[in-house]
Design a protein around this ligand. Structure first.
Ligand code: C2E
Ligand code: MG
Ligand code: MG
Ligand code: MG
Length: 282
């Protein structure tokens, strides 16, 4: 019967889905021990000014060095962490590392320190009743100025309102900045910009990719820049890979960018040398 069906989706993908389920169960079990076993670490990707390329901030991005699998991408393990709830302790750990690092840069680099530290938060974390208290306690413990912390959330996480939106409002009340990550790809609603406190729009790479193409291809990046200007929000262009894109983004009104063209996610020690004093930039 399977042969008659030929390459039907069911016959093709059935066993593969099972293999995925097993793989996910294994990853979940191993991930639950990764924190205790010191297998997680944090890289920092610069967010730079346009046109100068000076480091304005960094985004903390978690990495998992698995003893046998090697480096596992967050694209693989963050969804598993979200489904199992492990994202709550992992996210709290990343937040603490990033705040400790931000406070240390502020002490050792002074005015040259990356001004802002961005940390991603999953919907699952925003639904956790203790999340706001965790952020507040981490800021107090590390001494990082709340205004220097940005929490990156997705439109989808707060789209339905409810507890996630309450959490974001409470974070904002602490003085923490809120960024909408991958902006334009989720449950986009301009109304969200009125109900949810937002300071930064991070324009998704998929729209940045279009800025050296046709007027149609760059239309969304253009519109988001206009919305940000009208609402006095910061706009960060994500995933900038070429000088040509950076130049066009500046023309479209972007003053902040992040991407491999400027710097990849780096260990903390490699960030300080990039934080050159202002005069040598010119
Ligand atoms: P994101 O928050 O949108 O982070 C940006 C991603 O784009 C990062 O991938 C970064 O390495 C990548 N990227 C930056 N510039 C470029 C570029 O020029 N070209 C390309 N192709 N990619 C670029 P990464 O580190 O693999 O992280 C993937 C996603 O995993 C993140 O997307 C975020 O959603 C999630 N993630 C990472 N760390 C954390 C974390 O600590 N907590 C949570 N909840 N999620 C995290
Ligand atoms: Mg992000
Ligand atoms: Mg992003
Ligand atoms: Mg993204």
């Amino acid at each position: 019967a399977a042969k008659e069906l030929g390459k039907s989706r069911w016959v093709e993908y059935g066993p593969e889905l099972d293999a995925h389920a097993v793989e996910h169960a294994q990853i979940a079990a191993e991930l639950s021990q990764a924190l205790d076993r010191d297998e997680l670490y944090v890289l920092y990707q610069p967010i730079v000014g346009l046109p100068g390329g000076e480091v304005r901030g960094v985004e903390a991005l978690v990495r998992w060095r698995h003893p046998t699998r090697g480096l596992v991408s967050p694209v693989t393990f963050i969804p598993v962490a979200e489904r199992t709830g492990l994202i709550v302790p992992i996210g709290a750990w990343v937040l603490r590392q990033a705040c400790l690092q931000g406070a240390e840069w502020a002490r050792t680099l002074g005015a040259r320190a990356p001004w802002k530290i961005s940390v991603n938060a999953s919907a699952r974390q925003l639904l956790e009743p203790s999340f706001v208290a965790t952020v507040a306690a981490t800021l107090t413990e590390t001494g990082l100025d709340p205004a220097r912390l940005t929490i990156e959330i997705t439109e989808t996480a707060v789209f339905g309102g409810g507890r996630a939106l309450d959490t974001v409002r409470a974070l904002h009340t602490l003085g923490v900045k809120i960024a909408l990550d991958d902006f334009g790809t989720g449950h986009s609603s301009l109304g969200l910009l009125r109900t949810c406190p937002v300071d930064v729009l991070k324009v998704d790479k998929s729209f940045v990719d279009g800025v050296t193409g046709t007027v149609e291809q760059e239309a969304i990046a253009t519109s988001i820049s206009e919305i940000a200007q009208a609402l006095r929000l910061e706009a960060v262009a994500e995933g900038v890979e070429t000088a040509q894109q950076a130049a066009r983004l500046l023309e479209l009104g972007y003053h902040l960018a992040q991407g491999f063209h400027f710097a990849r996610p780096l260990p903390a020690a490699e960030i300080a040398p990039l934080c050159v004093p202002e005069p040598s930039l010119t």
